[in-house]
Design a binder for this molecule. Structure first.
Ligand SMILES: Cc1ncc(COP(=O)(O)O)c(C=O)c1O
Length: 375
């Protein structure tokens, strides 16, 4: 059986036209962008064109766009800079952030650099905005709020405009991990009260190891890597030219095809949701599946049985790639921190299916038929 890839929230396949846009910089246009002769100038021009394109799509200023190695570096940088350079002494975050955020916050907490507060999660997996306001109002310290735009495990989407307004009201710095939404949703950063957002090209058919950190022009942070003058003295090191050009091309494609891709993927997700509900008894779903949710992610809870505990393993044997809310190592369930924080129900097994434009309804039919057998 041909492999079925339903793990697009983990990473996506490189689009052929993105590869084509990158190729010249992997072959003949190899100059160092800092060199002053033509080879260098050509690659420098390509980087700045990529920055302008990305800035225009996100409705930001090119000077607010910094290219990085991905979501992890961008999240680390934003959070650490908010504490180091912007005077934040308290971080308000949630227990369901990606590890790139939770472990950075934990690290700062371990160093006693900050006080950390966790906002409550509602039963449907959304952030309790009333609790967020209570925490903000009760703090007499400068606060960094770090809340992700869309959750990579359950798909729930945060109202970042509402959170931005709260941060504005309480003069807090706002960082949002937008790794699952850049390339999947339109952004208007000019009208958003967010100070830092992050992205990774490989989540929208771009290359791995290419990311972005948006830093609003109102905040000034110190360099994140010391060395040469690249990225306007903020991130030293010879630029990943093919990654940067690939990032920009992937974002251009995703933006150009947004309406079409969104409609198509929504149809896939809705279809799989219905098929599972109709065919597998006792099944349920994590998060706000039919509400404010990513159209790419469907997080499914199967009743725990001897068979369903082996489900990821058996899907893999059948050439179906999906991921657990849990890491299954030699039969030992480690469990996902997100699923644990939401619903620590030991009688259920979570599997995340996540879709891309390359998936089809036929693949969903095959996967649902296989799941019927496997559980
Ligand atoms: C929400 C979220 N944040 C951060 C990351 C980390 O991105 P990267 O692997 O590109 O560093 C990911 C990807 O796994 C993610 O889904």
């Amino acid at each position: 059986m041909k492999r079925i890839y339903f793990d697009n929230a983990a990473t996506t396949a490189l689009d052929e036209s993105v590869l084509a846009a990158m190729m010249p910089f992997l072959t003949e246009q190899f100059g160092n962008p800092s060199s002053i002769y033509s080879y260098g100038r050509e690659t420098k021009i390509a980087i700045e064109a990529a920055r302008r394109s990305v800035a225009s799509i996100l409705q930001a200023h090119p000077s607010e766009i910094f290219f990085t190695s991905g979501g992890t570096e961008s999240n680390n940088t934003a959070i650490q800079a908010a504490v180091r350079d912007l005077g934040c002494e308290m971080i308000i975050t949630s227990p369901i952030e990606h590890h790139a955020v939770t472990n950075t916050v934990q690290h700062l907490d371990d160093l006693d650099a900050v006080e950390v507060k966790y906002v409550k999660i509602l039963p449907d997996g959304h952030i309790d905005l009333e609790d967020l306001e209570r925490l903000l109002a009760a703090s007499n310290k400068k606060v960094l709020v770090s809340l992700m735009h869309a959750n990579n495990e359950i798909g729930n989407i945060l109202d970042i405009d509402a959170v931005g307004m709260l941060c504005k009201k309480y003069d807090a710095v706002f960082h949002s991990d937008t790794v699952q939404t850049v390339g999947h949703f339109p952004f208007n950063l000019r009208n958003s009260h967010v100070h830092f957002i992050t992205a990774a090209a490989h989540k929208f058919h771009g290359p791995k190891g290419a990311g972005l950190l948006y830093i609003n022009e109102s905040v000034r942070i110190r360099p994140f890597l010391h060395g040469g003058g690249q990225e306007r003295n903020m991130r030293a090191g010879t630029e990943n030219i093919y990654g940067i050009t690939g990032f920009a091309k992937a974002l251009e494609l995703a933006t150009g095809n947004y309406e079409k891709d969104r409609a198509y993927l929504t149809r896939l997700k809705t279809y799989m949701h219905e098929q599972l509900q109709n065919n597998i008894p006792g099944i349920s779903f994590n998060g706000d599946v039919t509400g404010k949710s990513l159209y790419t992610v469907l997080s499914v809870r199967f009743p725990k049985t001897e068979k369903s505990e082996m489900i990821l393993f058996n899907l893999d044997i059948n050439n179906i790639c999906a991921s657990g809310g849990s890491a299954c190592t030699s039969g030992a369930e480690q469990g996902s921190h997100v699923i644990r924080a939401l619903n620590n129900d030991p009688t259920q097994v979570t599997v995340r299916f996540s879709f891309s434009k390359y998936n089809t309804i036929d693949e969903i039919d095959l996967v649902v038929a296989k799941l019927k057998e496997l559980v």
